[in-house]
Design a protein around this ligand. Sequence first.
Ligand code: 13P
Ligand code: SF4
Length: 308
Amino acid sequence: MIKTATQDRLIARIERLKKERNAIILAHNYQVGEIQDVADFLGDSLELSRKAALTDAEVIVFCGVHFMAETAAILCPDQTVLLPDVAAGCGMSEMISAEEVRTLKASHPDAVVVCYVNSSAAVKAESDICCTSSNAANVVQSIPKDREVIFIPDQYLGDYVTRKTGRKLILFNGYCPTHFRIMTADLDAAKTSHPDALVMAHPECTPAVSGMADQVLSTSGICTEATKTEKREVIVATEVGILHRLKKENPEKDFIPACTWCDCAHMKVNNLEKLLWSLESLQYPITVEPSIANRAKQAIDRMLEIGS
Ligand code: 13P
Ligand code: SF4
């Protein structure tokens, strides 16, 4: 991507402030290209949590959505975690409340609660163990077979885990409103136009869509496989922000979005100006009330111990 003089100036100021503040910029694979390019580390939710847990930077600027910055704040209580725009929420994480988790637990008192990280700290605090799209199956498999498992909030990731592990899960009815936009007809049309393409989908897609894919992977899993494959064409059923990284890392390959309007408005609120203001004014700090953070941290730590 060609940078404008304005972007160059913004980037220079971001780099200078980053050093002055001893800051690190973490960015999710769905961020706009200009943010991806300036980030110190780009990754999926699990990689970003691990990076946050290990960094000794004093300031972590999290270019992603609120639940990701909140997870970093829980893992790094002594560091400053910033979200450049507090409007960066997540449609899925807002679908479930701590109260609803308590109600589910009351009807299945012996069940283990597995919580997708796309959830609030209060919901994580009610859960036994977290998971991300890249380790959900491993997390569920780590639970003894004779235990019931409640899987929240993403019913489609839960369905994918059941298909992969054979474990029956008690599901909540949450889903990602962005991935929900990808229709089987869209993917069918892309496959018909590109019959030799490798098809990869994110597990937040509906089961009908992910069932049509050759591989179902996290965002970074999709990036890794895109580089490994011998295929020259790859159809991608996930949020379109990932195309920037895919094209940059594999300029010789063609990436075809299964749906061009699979675009997460929350992921797209960040830009270079907001990143600069964030570093200038240390805005917006994300903090979690200690009684909730301590309980949520146990669920996150259990996940990090399992690996991907
Ligand atoms: P990944 O962990 O695969 O990056 O997914 C995060 C997300 O929000 C997908 O919608
Ligand atoms: Fe949330 Fe879906 Fe956006 Fe991911 S793509 S942040 S799950 S709304």
